[in-house]
Design a binder for this molecule. Structure first.
Ligand code: SAM
Ligand code: SF4
Length: 474
């Protein structure tokens, strides 16, 4: 803490939000120039953007957000799938279908055998290389279970059409852990450790997380990324659950969190998530919230996050409908999930797409990875299955630097093309392969033009992938 005070200071956030009513065009331009120089914004600058009302000015914000994304990440979209390990939980969060007192939920924790079966489908049939593994907070899914299941996931290797399917990066979404337990996760080899603060507004936090539950401790949650970085986990993911409190306040909270991590550790968040509250079984709170975020405001909050923290990865989840995902992706999102199922055991089980009483909430987009990749290709995006970064030590401070100066964008393009080709050969339908031909050709031409010094090397690797070799990267 800073002299006993926590870094989220409600009063200064409210003050910053109230201080700059309707900034001028010139003021906005100066701020956008700073975002385009890939610099984290100050609270008063972020508040100024949040206060923009003029439609024309919002359009210039959206254009700048798209340009920042292009500058840092180019036209790549990284894809992953969520894997829920269980739904027993000791907490009672008012908005969540898994809360302890929700009697309609069918509870289950996956065994190691069941985890393997899920991964065989995800890696062997769908072709995912990255997972976000989600754990509720319960003794049955404690640190030993987490370590064993993550190891089990990495161990699964399945035969595919031309090669071998395997999960190469396991990201984790779990309750805040102690430094000791985070060190265990670091040793097992996780990618990003992700925890959402849910709401940065202390009074709202208190109201939705009943007293006496583990989750009711606002500060324990707020400081979990400090502990993760202390434990040696370099890639941390923050987020807020939009719909619990005023969306502008939450964006400011995410910014303050980012600046605090930058100040204390020299590393900002690897990713920022911005889920919106969705309906859940027997959970009236999720439907009646007075802070529901409209589609229009959702677009604004994505735009401002992209501009305020220009280097961070931004995750747009399958909570959103295909239409909203299509309309918001270009505002600066970098990662989406696809073929998502969130019922426990739903990938290998005989459940239907959505079963309310097995899920934490209802999904908005259940399209297959093949369909999503096809749509992205038609829109001019290349789907990246690259997981090279953390396996070559490009994490934490190192990746922040590479992202800021635009180098990561170049390295990633090479790996994006190699992994995209690999996935197309192993898993894509004929329709998707045809849709992807143009973008693949265009990317290879760009590499030839912009990275002539590595082109021969790249070409050799590309041909080896074409001949069936797998997991080649720069
Ligand atoms: N139990 C851990 C925790 O609370 O941190 C693990 C994560 S929980 C299974 C994943 C996230 O789902 C939560 O952090 C919350 O933001 C989100 N979530 C919960 N209920 C939701 C709902 N009704 N709609 C959308 N997202 C929800
Ligand atoms: Fe449990 Fe997480 Fe759901 Fe809260 S949000 S009830 S902690 S699973």
């Amino acid at each position: 803490m800073n002299k006993g005070k926590c870094f989220i200071d409600e009063e200064s956030i409210n003050k910053a939000l109230a201080s700059r009513i309707k900034p001028s065009k010139e003021e906005v331009k100066d701020i956008l120039d700073k975002s385009l120089a890939i610099e984290t914004l100050e609270p008063n600058e972020t508040a100024a953007l949040l206060n923009v009302e003029d439609r024309e000015l919002w359009l210039s914000l959206a254009e700048a957000a798209a340009e920042v994304k292009k500058k840092v990440y180019d036209n790549r979209i990284v894809t992953f799938a969520p894997l829920y390990m269980g739904n027993f939980c000791v907490n009672n969060c008012s908005y969540c279908g898994f809360r302890k007192d929700n009697e309609v939920i069918k509870r289950k924790t996956l065994t190691l055998e069941e985890v393997k079966r899920e991964v065989e489908i995800l890696a062997g049939k769908i072709g995912h290389k990255r997972l976000i593994v989600v754990y509720p907070e319960h003794p049955s899914t404690g640190i030993d279970y987490m370590s064993a299941t993550i190891k089990a996931i990495y161990d699964v290797k399945t035969k595919t059409k031309r090669g071998c399917g395997q999960i190469r990066r396991v990201n984790v979404n779990a309750a805040p852990l102690s430094v000791r337990n985070l060190k265990h996760l670091q040793k097992v080899g996780i990618g990003t450790y992700q925890v959402f603060q849910e709401t940065y507004h202390p009074k709202t936090y208190k109201a939705v997380h009943p007293k006496g539950t583990l989750k009711s401790n606002y500060e324990w949650r707020l400081y979990c990324m400090h502990r993760a970085l202390e434990a040696g986990i370099d890639d941390v993911g923050i987020g807020a659950l939009f719909g619990l409190y005023d969306w502008r306040f939450e964006v400011m909270g995410l910014l303050y969190h980012t600046r605090e991590l930058e100040d204390k550790f020299g590393i900002g968040p690897h990713t920022i998530s911005f889920p919106r509250l969705e309906p859940a079984a027997n959970t009236p709170f999720a439907q009646k919230t007075k802070h529901r975020v409209s589609d229009e405001d959702f677009k604004k909050l994505i735009t401002v996050i992209r501009l305020a923290v220009p280097y961070t990865g931004m995750i747009l989840t399958a909570r959103e409908s295909p239409r909203i995902r299509k309309e918001t992706l270009f505002l600066g999102c970098t990662q989406i999930d696809a073929s998502a199922r969130i019922g426990i055991g739903a990938y290998s089980g005989r459940y239907t797409e959505q079963e309310e009483e097995r899920q934490q909430f209802l999904l908005g987009d259940t399209r297959s990875l093949d369909e999503v990749v096809r749509e992205l290709a038609k829109e001019g995006y290349i789907t990246s299955f690259c997981t090279a970064g953390y396996r070559c030590g490009r994490t934490g401070k190192c990746i922040m630097e590479l992202l800021r100066n635009g180098q990561e964008g170049k390295l990633c393009k090479l790996n994006a093309v190699l992994t995209f080709k690999e996935w197309l050969d192993d898993f894509a339908s004929l329709k998707t392969r045809i849709a992807a031909e143009g973008i693949l050709r265009q990317e290879i031409q760009e590499i030839k033009r912009e990275l002539p010094q590595v082109f021969d090397n790249f070409k050799q690797l590309y041909e080896r992938v074409e001949n069936g070799e797998r997991d080649l990267y720069f």
